[in-house]
Design a protein around this ligand. Structure first.
Ligand code: C2E
Ligand code: MG
Ligand code: MG
Ligand code: MG
Length: 274
């Protein structure tokens, strides 16, 4: 009987694996044509001053809608785009698209863009930004490039030339998803980040008894030493907002303040705030 059950669970496991692989192959194939078919678009999520909830800027986030597959979450398609190399092309597209849409707003807002390591280390990355800026007229001084820790753990990568060029242009760097990696803190002072974004996984439990509040507080101290601002991502409750304000975080992002929405929604927000 045991053997029979074991055999069945192996069959079930193999079937699940087969379906996984199959979905992945379908996604890969569809994703390769997503840009030319016009299936990608950009949404923007508010970033607010935690002192008074004033709208400071937005983060551009990529969305993919496919006729047959429906809406596919970035958690699923971004990693596929990274593994297939498509993320470089997608990244260039969203940067230009987000800037273009942002230029239609009645007042300038800071614009944060996620940059994957593959895109950042591509030889023409700086040119691509320069291109997007001059084509859209967006100011580099309002641009925050969000980079993740994974870019900094490989110390063989030559990042300095690119980073110097970006600073020269007037762009800012933000360290995204802070706390989710496993590397030492040593790289932080080596790079000129203007913001550290604490990952949602810490914010979720910041009001509980556990160590999360102490961790946030340490990040705030660390950031202060290097004159970096702290962004808390994934704030969903007023209790979290108050706690994070008390802990000294500067900027908030989360469903409490606003979900990611299309550019016209942001335009509307600016109108109501004015
Ligand atoms: P991220 O850069 O850390 O972006 C924040 C994510 O948290 C977004 O998920 C946002 O919708 C979500 N979020 C914000 N506030 C809340 C909240 O209060 N509750 C909950 N449950 N979620 C919240 P999204 O849009 O699904 O994107 C997931 C990840 O995909 C991003 O994480 C980023 O790493 C990646 N991504 C999205 N767009 C791009 C892009 O254009 N380029 C690159 N390279 N990566 C992107
Ligand atoms: Mg981000
Ligand atoms: Mg993040
Ligand atoms: Mg995150």
């Amino acid at each position: 009987v045991t053997r029979q059950a074991g055999g069945n669970s192996i069959v079930r496991y193999q079937e699940a694996m087969r379906l996984n692989l199959q979905r992945r192959r379908v996604l890969e194939t569809e994703l390769a044509r997503a840009l030319e078919k016009g299936e990608l678009h950009v949404v923007f999520q508010p970033l607010v001053d935690l002192k008074d909830r004033r709208l400071l800027g937005v983060e551009a986030l990529m969305r993919w809608q496919n006729d047959a597959l429906g809406d596919i979450s970035p958690a699923e398609f971004i990693s596929i785009a990274e593994e297939s190399g498509l993320i470089v092309e997608f990244g260039t597209w969203i940067m230009k698209q987000a800037m273009k849409e942002a230029m239609a707003w009645s007042e300038p807002l800071r614009l944060a863009i996620n940059v994957s390591p593959l895109q950042f280390t591509a030889p023409d990355f700086v040119d691509a930004i320069q291109d997007a800026l001059s084509e859209t007229g967006f100011s580099p001084h309002f641009l925050d490039l969000e980079l993740t820790e994974s870019l900094f753990v490989d110390d063989r990568l030559q990042l300095d030339t690119t980073i110097d060029a970006l600073k020269q242009m007037g762009c800012s760097l933000a360290l995204d998803d802070f706390g989710t990696g496993y590397s030492s803190l040593g790289y932080i002072p080596r790079f000129p980040f203007s913001k550290i974004k604490i990952d949602k996984s810490f914010i979720d439990q910041v009001c509980d008894e556990g160590p999360q509040a102490a961790i946030v507080s340490s990040v705030v101290s660390l950031a202060g030493i290097f004159k970096m601002k702290v962004v808390a991502e994934g704030i969903e409750t007023e209790e979290q907002e108050e706690k994070l304000r008390a802990l000294g975080c500067d900027i908030g992002q989360g469903y409490l303040f606003g979900k990611p929405i299309r550019a016209d929604g942001i335009a509307q927000l600016l109108k109501t705030a004015a």
